[in-house]
Design a protein around this ligand. Structure first.
Ligand SMILES: Nc1ncnc2c1ncn2[C@@H]1O[C@H](COP(=O)(O)OP(=O)(O)OP(=O)(O)O)[C@@H](O)[C@H]1O
Ligand SMILES: [Mg+2]
Length: 244
């Protein structure tokens, strides 16, 4: 029997407007606007994308820079609304989209754990109960009272991943952030993703490391210039992608 659908993406189009002039000031902007000299080129970051992710699937999004991967993750997480179409997620989502998202750079790591937790909707008591686990996983015991702005990108990624995965979300979304971690931490993250998978968490991950996609994912969505090139079995599509 087929597993239930956890993410249902239907005919999603995302249009961004790009001004065709480089306008240097607000004044110039209004002058050009008045003179009808300002034209906007519309640009499709995603163009009619449809696919479904089922419970327990680990989906890898692949494609060249600018192909629309991060935009797709933001739409699934509800951070952006598509211009057309719909993306529905069934269940709780932990999105790990941008480095430092959900953190306040001036606050310490300790404070940011609570801040990020409240953004994800967890109570203070709950965060108290998982605090040690987050610190252990991120291995940042000695840096808890230092402002995040003094953290390296790898340290921020450790903290973000530790918080995002301390609860078992129905859907875990990870955009590229693992790439900044060292190989030991990447191994640790892969191990945790596998644990979540065995508990039937659905995972959607973006990575430029095809090896990582091949080792973690069962499904792959290949995007090019906002369009779906292929969707299906991970190994077969990775092979094609490498030879493209
Ligand atoms: N807020 C925005 N406003 C205008 N254009 C945007 C915006 N966000 C993304 N874009 C454009 O949409 C396209 C797709 O961007 P996206 O970040 O989704 O690509 P990506 O596949 O994640 O690329 P990368 O591999 O470099 O991370 C790019 O051309 C980008 O410039
Ligand atoms: Mg991206």
């Amino acid at each position: 029997m087929e597993k239930p659908v956890m993410v249902d993406v239907r005919d999603v189009t995302m249009e961004f407007n790009m001004s065709s002039y480089k306008v240097d000031s607000l004044k110039e902007y209004f002058i050009r606007l008045m003179k009808h000299e300002l034209f906007f080129k519309s640009f499709l970051a995603l163009d009619g994308v449809s696919f479904q992710v089922r419970k327990g699937d680990v989906l890898g999004l692949i494609g060249l820079n600018g192909s629309g991967k991060s935009t797709m993750l933001k739409i699934i997480s509800g951070i952006m609304k598509p211009t057309k179409g719909s993306a529905t997620a069934y269940g709780t989502i932990s999105p790990l989209i941008e480095l430092g998202a959900g953190f306040d750079a001036d606050l310490t790591a300790r404070e940011n754990i609570y801040l990020n937790g409240s953004i994800l909707g967890y109570s203070r008591q709950f965060m108290d109960s998982v605090f040690d686990e987050i610190v252990d996983f991120s291995e940042l015991h000695n840096f808890l009272d230092i402002p995040i702005k003094n953290f390296s990108s790898g340290m921020q990624a450790r903290l973000g991943f530790a918080i995002a995965t301390v609860v078992k979300p129905d859907i875990l979304i990870v955009d590229e952030v693992l790439a900044v971690g060292d190989f030991k931490f990447q191994e640790k993250c892969e191990k945790r993703i596998r644990e979540l998978m065995s508990n039937e968490t659905t995972v959607i991950i973006v990575s430029h490391s095809i090896e990582q996609i091949e080792s973690l994912c069962n499904k792959v969505l290949w995007l090019n210039k906002g369009k779906v090139v292929k969707y299906g079995d991970a190994l077969a599509i990775c092979d094609e992608y490498k030879n493209a």
